[in-house]
Every structure is written in structure tokens, then in C-alpha cells.
Ligand binder design. Structure first.
Ligand code: SF4
Ligand code: SF4
Length: 606
């Protein structure tokens, strides 16, 4: 059996090596035809063609060099566009001169036609800018030409700043274009053989993983076997774990902030994107594809390990299906139907952008189906979350539906024992997760204020600035880079435990107003510590089990692994009457437990 496992690992590692190598096997050529094909519009196309002369047609083997040259060309194109369209100091002097021609100093927007007589695009654009931005000083009499000049300068600053967004390439556009051009400019081994590379990476990795995982369904007994869990480098923060964590962290940073450097992976994933949905792939398709791949493959591994436990079997199928159908396939289908491309199981405040104007608008613009989607999402927030959490605890979402939870439970399972049980971790968790909840509530209040009033600044704080900070710090860095990148370093539920605002919200309900609890039979506990070791939320379950004390901690995601790994059947996840839900410390021994439940606390007899 060991040989079979080694073959599986060997094949998977080979696929992974090819995947990494594919980033270095293309060459890149920017051509005028490519610039035309991207369809930037006449002004930008011409400017970029001029700016990339000398670079155009040159084949570059280093992606870093290509991206650098392209960046310079885009900046140069930007400079030439801004130069062409901006209203210069010379233009303003000419306007002042015309205003002073009759002796008195009186400005008129009609002077624009004299200063910009050319009937080309730039002349018309500037004349319109003069009308739009300087109307408020028209016909006003000035004491000095200097005063008029200052007013004109101030009025036209906004116009000149706007050119970057209306005519040229702003930072966002530059980031996008670097990605688009580099992906399309790539030729060579990978770009010419994407199908082959798809087979050598994804399919080969799948075959290797299956050779490794499937025999486990029949090999030996199911359930936790510690198997030197704290001795293997990967599972115990050893060098392999650190290397894997570093790779994941780097992957997330590149994916979020520098996707241009992984265009080959996007091209390879395009085989699936075109095959399944007839669409070009973006870095987000690549991410969704990898994510779903990881949940499905590692979900099978999880099933092989916990196959003895019905709860684990059903909820693992659940997260696998939710990821595959609702998170991965459904947005593509919605796109094909011209509807907002969203993951319908995402819920505010985890889905922090739900109330952004463009999101609401996109639902409103999508007819009846769009309205139904909007109502569905709001019903999830105000009805499903409190009601379901009341009846079954937060597990209905965290361990059965959520994509973050799904990845943590499947791909993150080998690392669950790394979740810290220290008091300091628990204290940090309490402050951090509720701080994120407060942050998202405040940010959303500002967003709604902007939505209803059209103004963005309230109490001196800009709503757009706040969403930018939240998006960067919480959504990208915390939930992505740290949340997943740190699996092999700090356990698999870092985001759910320390950062997820939805988990925080449901945690409050679960703790104070829910029928959910984990019951313990203290008399059976042998204090082996399996439950605490494998609790991914860092809860010291054994502490409760030893005392025969039932509990419902706000952070518990109801994964049920504590119960699944207990050799004595001490723990049970239950939903029952709220009355006497959380009994105090009980006595050890079966009689003691019965006595406490039956008499002292007035709970039904065990
Ligand atoms: S206490 Fe048990 S059910 Fe709750 S998170 Fe920990 S292992 Fe999962
Ligand atoms: S509750 Fe079960 S797993 Fe936890 S310490 Fe007791 S016997 Fe071990």
C-alpha cells in the first residue's frame, strides 16, 4: 500500500512541478495588431502604438522585462494623452488675455472657441471642459487679471485631473491591461499547447491524488490515527509546512495584486473555462477552479478518513456540492443569463460588498430575476441567519454551506491540530473578530449613506476610502493571504476564528439564543485529548468533557470532528430545548451526571 501512496504523491508532485515550470516557458511579443485587437478606442490605441515604438515586435523571453517595458509604454501613452487633452497654463493665459481685451476684465466661456479653434477631438473636449467647469465665473467682473487667472486655474484643476479617468489609463486600467496584454502576447510552449499543459497539470494532479486517496477508503480502520501527526514536517510546522505556507502566501499575494505574473496558469485553466462555459478565463476563474478542485479532491480525502461518521459524510458532501454548484457553476450560468454574476450563498457581512451601489444597481437593472436575487440575499441576512442559527447553531453555514469553511474542512484538514489552544489566542480571537464585525457594520452604514444621499463623506470620513481599506486589509490580506496562506502555520480556520464577521454575528446568536449545544458524558471521558487536539477553533473540548459539562461556545463551527475523533463517544452535537441548555460543571461518573441533570439543575433525566 505504501508503494501505491508514494506513486500517487510522486505523480501529484510531478504535476505541481510542471505547473510551476509553466510560468517560465513562454516568450512575449507586443505587436500593433495586438494593440488593435484589445480595442482600447482610437485615442489610447494611437498613443500606445506611438509609446511602444522600439518595443513593438520585439520578442522578450523574460516576463519581468516584458511587463516592465509595457508599463513604461502605458505610462508614456498616458503622459501624451494628458498632455494633449489638458488645458495648459498657456491656454489659461490666452483666456485671460481675451477676457481683458475690452479694457474691463470679464470672462466668458465663449472664448473657448477662440483658444481651441481646432475641430479635432482634443479641441472639442477642451471647449466642453471650459463650459462645464468655468460657467460659474462667466460674466463676473474682475479687478485684476491675476484674480481671474487664479479662479480659472482652480476651476480647471478638476477637469485636468479627470483626464486620467476619462481619456487615459488610470491605475486600475493599467493593472488590467498589463494582464490582458501579457496573456495575449505570450507565445511558446505553454500558450501553443494549453490542452497538453491542462492534462499535465490538473488532470495529472487529479490522477495522482486519486491514487493516493482512493485506496484509503479500504485501507485499515477509519477515524483518527495520530500517525506521528506532530512529528511530520508538513503537519507540525516543520520545514515542509513552512515552505507550503510560504507558497500559499505568495500565491495569494500574486493572485490579488500581481496577476500578470501568473497569466500562463490562467491560460491553462482557460481550457476548462472554454470547455465548460465558452468564456475566456480571468485570474478569478483560475482561482475558482483551483478552489473547487481543492475542495473536491481533499473532500474525498476527508471522506476516506472520517467515513465511519454519518455526520461527517453528509456535511462533507454538502460543502463539496455547494462549492461546485453554487459557488463555481452558478455564477457562470448567471453570467450567461445576463444576470449579476454572484455566489448566491454568500451572505453579508461576509460578502462585504453586498450593499455597494453598483451591486444593488446591478440587481435592480436585471429585471424580475435580479429582484428575486436581491430579495433572496436580503432574506438570507435577516431571516435565514438568525432563524437557522437559533435552531441548529452556526454549523448550518460554517460547516455545511460556506466556501471558506468548505476549504478549511477539506484542504485544511491536515492542519486542524495546529489551531492554538492558548489563552492568548482565545483573547485575541474575541477582540479581533468583533472588531472586524464593527468595522464592516460601520463601513456598510457609510455605504448606505452614500447610496441614499449621493454623498460620500460623513463625519469627515469618506465612504469610498473606507471600503478600499476594508477590501485591502480584511478581504484580501486577512481572509485570503492570512486566512488560507497560514493553514500550515496556524491551523485551518484562522479566518473563521479571528476574522469572519458573519461567524462573529452567528456566534453571538449561538452563544446566547440558540438550541445548539455539545453535550458531554463526563463519566466516559478518558482524557485522551483527541477532541481538543483536533478542534480547529482552538476550543479545549476536553476541559468540558472531563467535567461532564455541556457547552456552546460562540466560536464553535459545529464541525463535529471533536465527536468524530472521540474514542469513547463522549460528545454529541445536539439541538434541544433552550431550557437548562448549558449546565454548570457536573460530577465525574455516570451517576454524578444523572444526578446533576435530573435534580440540581432541573434538566430532564439523562
Ligand atoms: S468544539 Fe467540536 S464541533 Fe465545535 S469547532 Fe471544535 S471540533 Fe468542531
Ligand atoms: S471527550 Fe473523548 S476525545 Fe475528548 S478527552 Fe474525553 S475521551 Fe478523549
Amino acid at each position: 500500500m505504501k508503494t501505491i501512496y508514494n506513486i500517487g504523491i510522486g505523480i501529484t508532485l510531478t504535476a505541481f512541478t510542471i505547473f510551476i515550470a509553466s510560468l517560465f516557458l513562454n516568450v512575449y511579443t507586443l505587436t500593433n495588431k495586438l494593440i488593435d485587437d484589445v480595442g482600447l478606442g482610437d485615442v489610447k490605441t494611437e498613443a500606445l502604438k506611438v509609446a511602444s515604438k522600439g518595443f513593438e515586435g520585439k520578442t522578450v523571453s523574460s516576463k519581468l522585462e516584458f511587463v516592465d517595458e509595457l508599463k513604461q509604454a502605458l505610462s508614456a501613452a498616458n503622459a501624451s494623452i494628458i498632455n494633449k487633452y489638458k488645458i495648459s497654463d498657456r491656454d489659461i493665459d490666452a483666456l485671460v488675455k481675451l477676457s481683458s481685451a475690452s479694457g474691463e476684465i470679464k470672462y466668458s466661456t465663449a472664448f473657448a472657441e477662440k483658444v481651441f479653434p481646432e475641430n479635432d477631438g482634443a479641441g472639442q473636449y477642451k471647449a466642453k471642459g471650459i463650459n462645464d467647469f468655468t460657467g460659474w465665473i462667466a460674466d463676473r467682473e474682475y479687478q485684476s487679471a491675476e484674480d481671474l487667472k487664479n479662479d480659472l486655474k482652480n476651476a480647471l484643476t478638476g477637469f485636468n485631473n479627470n483626464i486620467l479617468y476619462t481619456k487615459a489609463f488610470d491605475d486600475y486600467a493599467i493593472g488590467n491591461l498589463l494582464f490582458v496584454f501579457t496573456k495575449k502576447a505570450g507565445t511558446g510552449l505553454v500558450s501553443n499547447n494549453t490542452g497538453l499543459f491542462f492534462a499535465l497539470t490538473f488532470i495529472l494532479a487529479f490522477i495522482g491524488a486519486m491514487i493516493f486517496i482512493l485506496p484509503k477508503f479500504w485501507d485499515g480502520l477509519p477515524g483518527i490515527k495520530h500517525n506521528r501527526i506532530f512529528k511530520t514536517s508538513l503537519n507540525s510546522q516543520g520545514i515542509i509546512g513552512i515552505l507550503m505556507g510560504s507558497f500559499l502566501i505568495l500565491f495569494y499575494i500574486v493572485l490579488y495584486f500581481f496577476p500578470v505574473y501568473i497569466v500562463e496558469w490562467v491560460s491553462i485553466s482557460e481550457v476548462a473555462s472554454m470547455g465548460l462555459f465558452g468564456r475566456e478565463a480571468s485570474q478569478w476563474f483560475l482561482y475558482g477552479f483551483l478552489y473547487t478542485f481543492a475542495v473536491l479532491v481533499m473532500g474525498l480525502r476527508f471522506l476516506s478518513k472520517y467515513r465511519h461518521n454519518k455526520y461527517q459524510r453528509i456535511r462533507t458532501f454538502s460543502v463539496m456540492l455547494f462549492q461546485l454548484i453554487i459557488a463555481f457553476m452558478m455564477p457562470q450560468i448567471l453570467f450567461a443569463l445576463n444576470l449579476p454574476e454572484v455566489d448566491l450563498k454568500n451572505i453579508w457581512p461576509l460578502d462585504y460588498s453586498f450593499f455597494f451601489e453598483w451591486r444593488i444597481q446591478s440587481y435592480l437593472n436585471s429585471g424580475t430575476l435580479g429582484m428575486m436575487m436581491l430579495v433572496w440575499s436580503i432574506a438570507l441576512i435577516v431571516i435565514a441567519v438568525p432563524v437557522l442559527t437559533y435552531f441548529v447553531g452556526k454549523r448550518w453555514y460554517c460547516s455545511w454551506v460556506c466556501g471558506c469553511g468548505g476549504l478549511a474542512e477539506t484542504a485544511g484538514d491536515p492542519f486542524r491540530q495546529l489551531s492554538s489552544k492558548k489563552i492568548i489566542a482565545w483573547k485575541t480571537e474575541r477582540y479581533l473578530i468583533y472588531a472586524v464585525l464593527v468595522f464592516v457594520v460601520v463601513m456598510t452604514s457609510w455605504v448606505l449613506y452614500t447610496f441614499f444621499t449621493g454623498k460620500s463623506v460623513l463625519l469627515g470620513i469618506d465612504s469610498y476610502q473606507m471600503r478600499k481599506i476594508y477590501g485591502f486589509l480584511i478581504s484580501s490580506i486577512f481572509s485570503g493571504v492570512v486566512g488560507t496562506g497560514f493553514y500550515p502555520l496556524m491551523g485551518n480556520r484562522i479566518w473563521c476564528r479571528f476574522g469572519c464577521p458573519l461567524a462573529a454575528y452567528m456566534g453571538i446568536i449561538q452563544r446566547f439564543k440558540s438550541r445548539f449545544r455539545i453535550t458531554t458524558n463526563g463519566g466516559q471521558c478518558i482524557s485522551c485529548g483527541n477532541c481538543s487536539t483536533y478542534c480547529e477553533m482552538g476550543i479545549d473540548v476536553r476541559w468540558y468533557a472531563q467535567r461532564g459539562q455541556d457547552f456552546a461556545r460562540a466560536s464553535c463551527v459545529g464541525c463535529g470532528v471533536c465527536a468524530a475523533v472521540c474514542p469513547r463517544g463522549v460528545l454529541k452535537l445536539e439541538n434541544k430545548s433552550e431550557k437548562g441548555r448549558l449546565n454548570g460543571p457536573g460530577l465525574l461518573g455516570n451517576d454524578g451526571v444523572v444526578k446533576v441533570r435530573g435534580t440540581r439543575l432541573g434538566i430532564e433525566s439523562a
